[in-house]
Design a protein around this ligand. Structure first.
Ligand SMILES: Cc1cc2nc3c(=O)[nH]c(=O)nc-3n(C[C@H](O)[C@H](O)[C@H](O)COP(=O)(O)OP(=O)(O)OC[C@H]3O[C@@H](n4cnc5c(N)ncnc54)[C@H](O)[C@@H]3O)c2cc1C
Length: 506
């Protein structure tokens, strides 16, 4: 029987993984009437999956005032890497010059607790099977109910029903490798660490670990996380079994270390695909629903969180009618190239990691050597941590389209960090001394104008020091939409473009 839910939503988010939770939070902060439809009956996740957050994702959470919840539970670690070279962010111009080791089940739990504090209708045990869009909205058809929304966002993972229902192509490359990944109990104690052989890379370690003096120190006891590359690519839908894990361990290590129980077994491949478009009319896709790739580099979850932050405020402005519908097209324009680069970077790393002959080993060493030299090292540290992302907002000051740095600003009531100004997820017009001041009163209901002083350096990750502007318009996602250099030229157009129609005539 299909239950009609009375309430119509402005947005239905399908899928409450990391991307969907982040998007629901962003929409709720912006005052959107939002439902999150999730097929799982609770947030518990089988297995640990993604291993943590990179610096830009930590900044994104910092901009919403919740990063401490994650930092409290995770392990600070230098984990950004390319071609086997660890790209240490120490000294980089960010409040978080590191990655955070924290398994995905904990990331989701913390995100879900945040969402629970916000006005989000979380509808569990709700599997979306199809969509029926029309001119005015979209019917979201679940197994046992129907929801209605002005817009629907599929955050429902790599096998997205939303993407399929919207007829969005998922284009890319078939897998060239597969690996078993599991959390198991063993009678024996193996040597932990990674191993490279003619089949590929394998790794053993405890699920629980600490970072001490920059090094991973595994717990004395507890489940072991196993990752074994398979000798032939397996893409069969059949779920791998404990016997498969034992056999794979024996073929690589010569023993299965007395593996007797599995808490979770899965398989991943390097299948690499991206949605041809992130938007079809009233339906959008984000996170794994929009892009999948090898886990090497740990980019998947991070890219999804940042998709969500890019999309949330734009959807809010469109459903509230302050911005035209085409603001949503900038979501594809900005985020598709970001994930396309992630896809290329992971493909390159898979190719480099692939076992080969002596010449392949030399190639791997040569690339590692090139990455490990300045200025490439600094550029790649910014790239693999997401700190160098630049949206194409036209030519101009190097800040334009880049993340706003977290400066310590002098305000009349004391010092405040830029990221604190973004907690409310509203645009901020920061006036640092524009001659004659800035006029944005026609947007006063939705833009926070802050007058402050700052006389330190403006350092951008991967770019270096840039000329100090006299004003910046910061979007709710923390990216710079306009830069003032002793004049307010262009501000009016930028406000209209990014903050919507003026609320009163000027
Ligand atoms: C084995 C494995 C290991 C991984 N390791 C890493 C890693 O080391 N580093 C890294 O960064 N990433 C890793 N990833 C990828 C990472 O887990 C994903 O990038 C991340 O989970 C994407 O988040 P998401 O919210 O977009 O999608 P998902 O996490 O897939 O969430 C989708 C959500 O939608 C729900 N859903 C699905 N279909 C429906 C439907 N029809 N109706 C309602 N709800 C639905 C699901 O229950 C789920 O909650 C790994 C993935 C796997 C499978």
């Amino acid at each position: 029987m299909v239950t009609e839910i009375g309430a119509e939503y402005e947005v239905v988010v399908v899928g409450g993984g990391p991307t969907g939770l982040m998007l629901a939070a962003e929409l709720a902060l912006a005052g959107v009437r939002v439902a999150l439809a999730e097929r799982r009956i609770d947030q518990s996740l089988e297995g640990s999956r993604a291993g943590g957050l990179h610096a830009r994702s930590l900044e994104v959470l910092d901009q919403r005032g919740v990063v401490d919840r994650f930092l409290r539970e995770g392990q600070v670690v230098q984990a950004a890497a390319f071609a086997g070279v660890t790209l240490d962010l120490t000294g980089a111009p960010t409040p978080h010059p590191y990655s955070l080791g924290l398994w995905q089940n904990h990331i989701e739990r913390i995100l879900a607790a945040w969402v629970a504090e916000l006005p989000v209708d979380l509808i569990r045990d709700c599997t979306v099977v199809d969509l029926a869009p029309d001119d005015a909205g979209v019917d979201v058809l679940c197994a046992d109910r129907r929801l209605r929304a002005a817009y629907v966002v599929g955050c429902d993972g790599g096998r997205s029903a939303v993407r399929r229902s919207a007829g969005i192509d998922f284009v890319g490359w078939d897998p060239t490798m597969s690996a078993l990944i599991a959390e198991v109990e063993m009678h024996e104690q193996p040597e932990f660490g990674t191993r490279q052989d003619a089949t590929g890379t394998h790794a053993l370690g405890r699920v629980d670990y600490e970072i001490r003096d920059g090094a991973v120190v595994f717990a004395e006891e507890g489940p072991v996380r196993v990752m074994v590359t398979e000798s032939r690519v397996v893409t069969a839908a059949a779920e791998p079994t404990l016997d498969d894990v034992r056999a794979a361990l024996r073929s690589v290590y010569g023993t299965d270390f007395g593996t007797h129980r599995a808490l979770w077994i899965s398989r991943f491949t390097d299948t690499t695909r991206q949605a041809a478009t992130y938007r079809r009319g009233r339906v959008l896709v984000a996170g794994d629903a929009a892009h999948i790739h090898s886990p090497v580099g740990g980019q998947g979850l991070n890219t999804g969180l940042q998709d969500a932050q890019n999309l949330g405020w734009k959807l809010a402005q469109v459903v509230r009618g302050v911005s035209p519908d085409d603001l949503l097209d900038t979501y594809h324009a900005e985020r598709h190239p970001v994930a396309a680069r992630v896809l290329r970077d992971t493909m390159a790393q898979v190719a480099l990691n692939r076992p080969g002959d002596a010449r392949h080993d030399v190639l791997r060493g040569t690339v590692a050597d090139l990455v490990d030299r300045e200025p490439t090292r600094t550029a790649y540290a910014a790239r693999m941590s997401g700190l160098d992302i630049r949206y194409d907002l036209g030519d101009g000051h190097p800040l334009l389209g880049r993340r706003m740095p977290d400066l310590d600003l002098e305000l009349p009531d004391g010092t405040r960090r830029v990221f604190e100004l973004l907690h409310a997820a509203r645009p901020v017009l920061l006036d640092l001394g524009t001659p004659g001041g800035l006029a944005a009163s026609a947007w006063a209901d939705r833009v926070d104008v802050v007058t402050a002083a700052y006389d330190g350096a403006w350092d951008l990750p991967g770019v270096g020091t840039v000329a100090a502007p006299t004003a910046v318009l910061i979007r709710p996602d923390g990216y710079v939409a306009w830069v003032g250099e002793h004049t307010a030229d262009g501000l009016d157009a930028a406000l209209r473009r990014w903050c919507g129609r003026p609320s009163r005539s000027r």
